[in-house]
Ligand binder design. Structure first.
Ligand code: BES
Ligand code: ZN
Length: 599
């Protein structure tokens, strides 16, 4: 086994893990729904072999009450929060230690500003009876609920005790309970080392439903039946992933379906993926998102981007892996649809960022910026596209062997872009003269746009969609179009392929034929509403308002608010809707829309 790569200074962390590094966390938390705070005691085990006298942690909007040497509150020690309080990075928390100190204990509490936490009132849940809390730590929000070395290059194991109101269940990115504890006391252990951005907690009126010996789903009782049937293929997905790239290393794999305000589609919290309820369509057509989060159990959670500049190593590999899982389960024509949709999203993002933008490089430079702003579609789709190009050059068999070994050899370690390039050259590129030139590796990683020589992508199932679009534009009424049994993906492609300047009559015709406005599929609505808004098609107004006030998933909200803003009276309308919807959004969404729409 090669030794772990040395820690690369992370521009988004104050920690100096090369000097003193955390190795294990013992967390004691009490969840106070009335005050909307967590009160905590965090004990960090340290690796301080060089005998340094200061431990530096990251903290943001935390109240640090006291710090101690060792694992108890017996011997207090001095701490200092940096005078500089960066709105994104927060503060450096410096704790005085002795050369022989092996643990420190911190008594602290979160504040209502804690950006990772979303506290939901009962009305914001499916059951409407109990409050709900969930965390979102990626990218650098773990420091808003745990004082930690908040860099993806630092890993630790953890154990936690969490006290919650008696009728609620607590879950973490760890071994989880499957039944309610009458006293509201839960204990967790995570024995595989993880980075801080994978720390997660959710508390709510949740039930569990088993899907296989090692998989299952948690959701509110009202949502659980739909979730259980939607995710019926979960065990098959895990098995497919293992067949591709090696054993699942985290024991159980469960899903937690959150209330609709969850700001992402999914979050790969180890052992317990957090997922939006907007993929519960009833026809299993949006489950590639689960394949994606599952794939992170290898790309991201086992082999972790060293800093957020290396984000493509997490997401690019994961998108490639996700599509391979979907291909294994549902065939190549299905996976090709995902590839083509991803490719359009890539071209769209490239267009928005501009042809020469350094933010279209795979290797990013996010120093001085909120990583949340720099993390866009590029890492996902350009990263995937690089691997697809490599696949075409060396063949699947060789690429698969490479990826499987890459995961196996770097398990529970971090990886930066330069080390990856060295590894890729040594294991694959250098074995064949001219291969690196044909791949144009440097243009992918350090250049803008899409390198020439990237293979074309296409989908036979979309060819039928394009034929229908053409028929319609040539005068066939929408109702008479020949449509087979289309999935969400085909409908989204159909909607994206419509001409830009649709008339009100055309929108009405499409809506009469296909009932887009009353669709319950969030992907379809998100493709439809902008078309309707552009034409001033009023029947969407009610459903759009409904959607914006219920759903908090940023990927949907961004195109919708942008489409609203682009209409004649759009600014006022967007602001009004946003003011109404804002209380239901997580901070990662409000920080986007406070700027995009304005408060
Ligand atoms: N890890 C990401 C979510 C994330 C990225 C959170 C950066 C915070 C900062 C997760 O795996 C993800 O990519 N989710 C996507 C779904 C996916 C199918 C592309 C999402 O939420 O839309
Ligand atoms: Zn991802």
């Amino acid at each position: 086994m090669p030794t772990a790569a040395p820690y690369l200074q992370d521009p988004h962390s104050f920690a100096q893990p090369n000097l003193v590094r955390v190795t294990h966390l013992r967390l004691d938390l009490a969840v106070n729904f009335t005050a909307r705070i967590l009160t905590g005691l965090a004990t960090w085990q340290l690796d301080n072999t060089a005998g340094h006298t200061e431990l530096i942690l990251d903290a943001r909007s935390l109240e640090i009450e006291a710090t101690y040497l060792g694992e108890t509150e017996a011997e207090s020690t001095a701490f200092q929060l940096s005078a500089e309080n960066d709105p994104v990075l927060g503060q450096a928390l410096r704790i005085a230690i002795r050369p022989d100190t092996r643990a420190v204990t911190i008594r602290y509490r979160t504040t209502p500003e804690a950006a990772a936490l979303q506290w939901l009132s009962p009305e914001q849940t499916a059951g409407r009876q109990h409050p709900f809390l969930f965390t979102q730590s990626q990218a650098i929000l773990a420091r808003t609920w745990i004082p930690c070395q908040d860099s993806p290059g630092v890993r630790f194991t953890y154990e936690a005790r969490v006290a919650v109101p008696a009728d609620l269940l607590a879950l973490m990115s760890a071994g989880n309970p499957q039944v309610l504890d009458r006293a509201g006391h839960y204990e967790f252990r995570m024995e595989q080392p993880i980075p801080s951005y994978l720390m997660a907690l959710a508390v709510g009126r949740l039930d569990f439903s088993s899907l296989s010996g090692r998989t299952g789903v948690y959701a509110e009782p009202e949502t659980l039946p739909a979730a259980t049937s939607e995710f019926g293929d979960l065990e098959n997905m895990v098995a497919a992933a293992e067949e591709l790239y090696g054993p699942y290393r985290w024991e159980r794999y469960d899903l937690l379906v959150l209330p609709p305000s969850f700001p992402f589609g999914g979050m790969e919290n180890p052992r317990l993926t957090f997922v939006t309820p907007t993929i519960l369509t009833g026809d299993r057509s949006l489950t590639s998102l689960i394949a994606h989060e599952l794939a992170h159990s290898w790309s991201g959670n086992l082999v972790t981007n060293a800093t957020w500049n290396d984000f493509w190593l997490n997401e690019g590999f994961t998108v490639y892996f996700e599509r391979r899982i979907m291909e294994k389960l549902y065939g190549k024509p299905y996976a090709d649809m995902l590839q083509v949709l991803g490719h359009s999203a890539l071209l769209h993002t490239m267009g928005e960022l501009g042809a020469g933008s350094p933010d279209t490089h795979l290797h990013l430079d996010l120093a001085g910026r909120d990583p949340d702003e720099g993390l866009n579609e590029i890492a996902y789709e350009k990263g995937d596209y690089l691997l697809l190009t490599l696949e075409r050059l060396v063949g699947r068999a060789r690429l698969d062997t490479f990826i499987k070994e890459y995961f196996a050899r770097h398990s529970f370690q971090s990886m930066d872009t330069a080390s990856f390039v060295t590894y890729l050259r040594r294991e694959l590129l250098d074995q064949e003269p001219g291969l690196e030139d044909r791949l144009q590796l440097d243009a992918w990683i350090n250049g803008p746009g899409i390198p020439a020589g990237a293979p074309p992508v296409s989908s036979e199932r979309f060819a039928a969609v394009e034929a229908a679009l053409q028929q319609w534009q040539q005068g066939t009424p929408a109702r008479e179009l020949t449509l087979a049994d289309w999935s969400s993906h085909e409908w989204v492609h159909f909607l994206q392929g419509l001409p830009a300047d649709l008339s009100l009559a055309q929108l009405q015709e499409l809506d009469d034929a296909f009932t887009f406005t009353s669709s319950t599929n969030a992907e379809i609505l998100t493709a439809w509403f902008p078309r309707a808004l552009a034409a001033g098609y009023e029947p969407v107004n009610g459903p759009l308002r409904q959607f914006l006030t219920r759903v908090g998933r940023r990927k949907f909200l961004v195109p919708l608010y942008k489409a609203l803003l682009a209409t004649p009276d759009g600014h006022a309308r967007a602001r009004q809707l946003y003011a109404e919807a804002r209380p239901n959004y997580h901070s990662v969404a409000t920080s986007t829309f406070d700027v995009l729409v304005g408060r």
